[in-house]
Design a protein around this ligand. Structure first.
Ligand code: FEO
Length: 429
């Protein structure tokens, strides 16, 4: 009988017990229904779960992931309900964040005969997180596997989903994919399975948007590994276990990792987005001149947006697809203005590394806004090859011409047409 309520997670004496996913696979995780914020920034209206799993083979038991430290008691009680510690031969950590490694040191103490398997990239992290130099482990990559006799664990290297260390583990005899945080969500429901739990779709989408989206190139590479596998059940580390039509969730990741916008842009064309805000119209006049200069380059689709409305959310999808971003800001009280910072801070959910970036703006006294935003763009690992352009108060005709030249150079840079600056060594002496 499959569990449908909390009573089936607890034995007759009131101790947590393991939940059967198949004859050989059990859930041994923990529920955290009262959590309302995860990692400081993620909202968790329905709490979360820390899913861990035990797999029984003819030659021993494997434990895949553990739980957050404060939930170790539930984890060990569930593990003890289906296995003895001396049966545990293998411990796999798909991801080393503390919500999955909290019970690891104690598990290794209780099961000294177990060998620990982690991804190649997890090695330094293991020492840093657990502060244990003596811990013995085996680093693994895609194609590596470990046998439990009549059950096998195969490893898939899926880095940056959402930490560098992350991997997935596949159990071919059962067609189970232990996916770590991938395909997970923060949604606590004691019915455990996707075909029994409440509607968690919003949480699945929210989790992807905040955790996986910044790494969508890595999501695509992981899906290339996962999609060919026959999968009966996806067993993530958070949220419902996806046993009913798990392929739907793989397909959804494929959709989400592609472009979210119908493409307006022809192949071979580039997009340059100019965002500005202006107090007295001076930065606006500069923005319009930058825009007209950039428009001179064929095959560059230039767009101009005023941030005065204060909206940033609608621009995030556009920015993810864009090739170049230009920001126009006045300087007020020695800083760029809040709408520009708001837009920049909203970009942490997408990958903008290597996009072209540039900044311009009018100022009255000292003009710190432009260099401060330039520093931020470099901090986001954007390319900022053309120095920011500043104008004191009202731009003159010559300064507006310089703005047009600035826009032209940015567009040329996007298309690879900008003349490289040749440094004459004689100029340096
Ligand atoms: Fe659930 Fe990234 O830890």
């Amino acid at each position: 009988m499959l569990p449908v309520n909390e009573a089936e997670l607890i034995d007759k004496q009131g101790y947590p017990k393991a939940v059967e996913l198949s004859e050989r696979v059990h859930w041994i995780g923990a529920l955290d229904p009262s959590l309302r914020t995860f990692d400081i920034i993620l909202k968790t209206a329905n709490g979360t779960t820390y899913n861990a799993y035990a797999i029984r083979g003819s030659d021993g038991v494997a434990v895949v992931d553990t739980v957050k430290e404060g939930f170790a008691e539930d984890f060990f009680a569930r593990l003890e309900s289906i296995a003895d510690y001396d049966e545990i031969k293998v411990i796999v950590l798909n991801h080393l964040e503390p919500d999955h490694t909290g019970a690891l040191p104690e598990l290794m103490r209780r099961a000294p005969g177990a060998q620990l398997y982690i991804s190649q990239k997890a090695q330094a992290m293991l020492k840093a997180l657990l502060k244990q130099d003596q811990m013995s482990y085996t680093p693994v990559l895609t194609g590596d596997c470990v046998s439990l006799g009549d059950r096998t664990l195969e490893f898939l290297h899926t880095p940056y989903l959402h930490w560098p260390d992350t991997q997935c583990t596949y159990l071919p005899e059962e067609k189970f994919l232990f996916s770590g945080d991938v395909f997970g969500c923060h949604f606590c429901d004691n019915r455990l399975f996707n075909d029994r739990a409440g509607d968690f779709r919003f949480s699945f989408e929210y989790y992807y948007a905040h955790i996986m989206r910044p790494f969508r190139d890595h999501v695509v590479r992981a899906l290339d590994l996962i999609e060919p596998l026959p999968v009966s059940t996806i067993a993530p580390t958070h949220g419902p276990i996806l046993r009913d039509r798990p392929d739907r969730y793989v397909r959804r990741y494929r959709q989400l990792s592609g472009s979210l916008l119908e493409s307006e842009i022809s192949p071979g064309h580039k997009t340059l987005l100019i965002f500005y805000i202006s107090s007295y119209g001076n930065t606006r006049r500069m923005a319009e001149a930058v825009y007209s200069g950039a428009m001179q380059v064929p095959d560059v689709r230039v767009s101009l947006y005023d941030l005065e409305g204060g909206e940033v959310e609608p621009f995030v999808d556009l920015i993810e697809e864009a090739d170049g971003l230009v920001f126009g800001t006045p300087t007020i009280n020695g800083d760029a203005v809040k709408p520009v910072w708001d837009l920049l801070s909203s970009l942490t959910v997408i990958n903008i590394k290597t996009k072209l970036g540039a900044v311009f703006g009018s100022y009255g006294w000292t003009g710190e806004g432009v260099p401060l935003v330039e520093d931020r763009l470099r901090g986001l690992k954007m390319r900022v090859p053309i120095p920011g352009l500043r104008v004191k108060l009202i731009p003159t005709d010559e300064e507006l011409e310089a703005c047009r030249e600035f826009g032209l150079q940015l567009a040329q840079e996007l298309m690879g047409l900008r003349a490289r600056k040749v440094i004459d060594m004689a100029d340096l002496v």
